[in-house]
Design a protein. Structure first.
Length: 223
């Protein structure tokens, strides 16, 4: 008689998640439409508290007006704000886009820096945004943690979930470095399609049921 897999250890659960998500999502397209590191940086900045779908609806108009930092300096902040208003937080985001474009031109020769230090020094760019750019624009190993990853890491008991910083550290310990870039996207895809905030409570989706077949109570996500 075949015995059930033993998922009592965090590493065993991580190994299964890594393997299963690779089967479900062999391809990992970047959700945000972009042409180069600069347009990706702007798109990621716009995605804060906004869906990728909405960002992809807005960026064609924005990039038609300016798709380089040099061109963006010629667009008034009020016009940037008008274009990106549907993304929410438009005053702050417009100032950040204008400000980072100015710094890129004046301090980086118009190029997006290929380092966390350089990226996080830009207006409106925090660690998560920098991680996305490093991973998706430059192919550097990074593990950006969004709300989906933070939620699923707790449901799968891969992290204590005290905060996104802790979640990132915990996930980096159990997943191979060379898997980080595609895996963070796979977790996001799965969190949007199957282990959603409302559609699964830690007991209903395939991976939750596989890892915790005896779990009866819903898992409350720590923010």
């Amino acid at each position: 008689m075949k015995s059930s897999p033993d998922f009592t250890s965090r590493q065993a659960r991580a190994d299964y998640v890594d393997r299963r998500l690779a089967e479900l999502y062999p391809k990992t397209p970047v959700p945000l439409d972009h042409r180069d590191p600069y347009t990706l940086l702007v798109a990621v900045l716009l995605s804060a508290q906004c869906t990728d779908r909405r960002v992809n609806q807005i960026t064609p108009d924005l990039f038609a007006a300016a798709d380089t930092p040099q061109k963006m300096l010629g667009v008034p902040v009020t016009e940037i704000q008008r274009i990106i208003r549907p993304c929410g937080l438009s005053p702050q985001k417009a100032r950040a886009i204008a400000g980072l474009s100015k710094i890129l031109v004046e301090q980086h020769g118009g190029r997006v820096p290929e380092s966390f230090e350089g990226l996080e020094a830009l207006p409106g760019v925090g660690h998560k945004t920098a991680s996305v750019v490093m991973a998706q624009a430059f192919g550097q190993p990074a593990f950006p943690v969004d709300t989906h990853i933070h939620r699923l890491a707790q449901r799968w008991k891969l992290s204590s979930g005290r905060n996104v910083v802790q979640t990132e550290q915990d996930l980096k310990k159990v997943f191979p470095r060379e898997h980080w870039n595609p895996l963070h996207l796979r977790i996001i895809f799965y969190g949007r399609e199957h282990c959603t905030a409302r559609g699964c409570d830690g007991t209903t989706c395939e991976i939750c049921r596989t890892l915790f077949p005896k779990r009866k109570r819903a898992v409350k996500t720590r923010k």
